[in-house]
Design a protein around this ligand. Structure first.
Ligand code: GLN
Length: 304
């Protein structure tokens, strides 16, 4: 496996030249676009790495998966899906269009920004307590207590996040979100800024591949039914408006973020963490997607 990964990195690094860094958050533009790395963490605890696997990046939209699981554990399925839907949008992640054109205006799914902000609003407590619940689950899934958030990225998101503010206030107007919007956004921007390596992401994937059980102790950290819901959203909505093509070409649950990370997993086998900050026009890691395409083909990972 180690050799397979090394070959995949060498072969696919060239794609990074065809991508662009996320530029809507100034802090995300200050990175080397040729970075490409991968980690795989197996259900027997084996770790394989290649390329820039130690590079630190912010989770961005990948945390939407974690927040969804926190909200579901706390509120139950019926309550959460009263405020956020279950359907792909076909629109970019930050689009406001469907909120206006499909009534009632609850966001279509928890993987787009509007849906993730609505999901954050369902977690109980002060902004600090709510953020802690999210990062605490990430620390437990990875077994890495040192995981924290990048304050510069957080400040940058907060300073430029007016489209997210617009989505949130729009939903407040229609009663989808209650409470203090600035507090919800603080949690949302902070969760986006949580900083990890591809190894941490592979470990998150491994717990999901193991139906919510920790690899080290077999403890059921997250109920299997909740992990199943999260994995299903990763298939239908995890790669933004490229999720259909990704399901055809790769065929495994995955969630990307504009930091260039991708969380993916092969059920019952292993978790995968990928980093490649150069993005394609949908906002997915351009080298990362190519890497996963080849890995899936070579190892026949598709679940379909
Ligand atoms: N923090 C980002 C935002 O809300 C996350 C978006 C993403 O990764 N697609 O704009």
């Amino acid at each position: 496996m180690q050799k397979v990964l090394q070959d995949l990195i060498n072969k696919n690094r060239k794609w990074t030249q065809n991508g662009n860094l996320a530029d809507y958050i100034p802090e995300l533009e200050n990175v080397d676009p040729s970075i490409l790395g991968i980690s795989i963490f197996g259900l027997n605890g084996e770790l394989y790495t290649a390329g820039d696997y130690q590079y630190k990046f912010t989770l961005q939209s990948i945390t939407k998966v974690i927040t969804l699981m926190v909200a579901l554990m706390e509120n139950g399925v019926d309550e959460v899906f009263q405020y956020v839907g279950m359907e792909p949008t076909g629109d970019p992640f930050n689009s406001i269009v469907k909120l206006e054109t499909i009534k009632p205006s609850k966001p279509l799914n928890p993987m787009i920004n509007a849906g993730a902000i609505a999901t954050v609003s369902l977690i109980e407590g002060t902004a600090e307590e709510r953020f802690f619940k999210i990062i605490d689950l990430i620390r437990k899934m990875t077994g890495n207590d040192r995981i924290s958030y990048n304050d510069k990225v957080y400040q940058s998101e907060n300073a430029t996040g007016d489209l997210n503010r617009a989505l949130a206030y729009y939903m407040k107007n229609y009663g989808i979100i209650k409470g203090n919007i600035e507090e919800h956004l603080e949690v949302y921007f902070k969760q986006s800024s949580i900083e990890v390596t591809s190894m941490d992401v592979a470990k998150i994937g491994a717990v999901m591949a193991n139906d919510g059980k920790l690899i080290s102790s077999n403890e059921q950290l997250i109920p299997a039914g909740i992990v199943r819901i999260a994995k299903t959203f990763m298939i239908t909505c995890g790669m933004y408006n490229a999720s259909g093509e990704f399901a055809l070409k790769v065929g495994i649950p995955a969630k990307s973020g504009v930091g260039g990370g991708i969380l993916a997993l092969a059920p019952k086998q292993f978790g995968i963490g990928v980093i490649g900050p150069a993005l394609d026009d949908k906002g997915n890691s351009i080298g990362g997607v190519k890497l996963l395409e080849e890995l899936s083909r070579e190892r026949q990972l598709t679940i379909f």
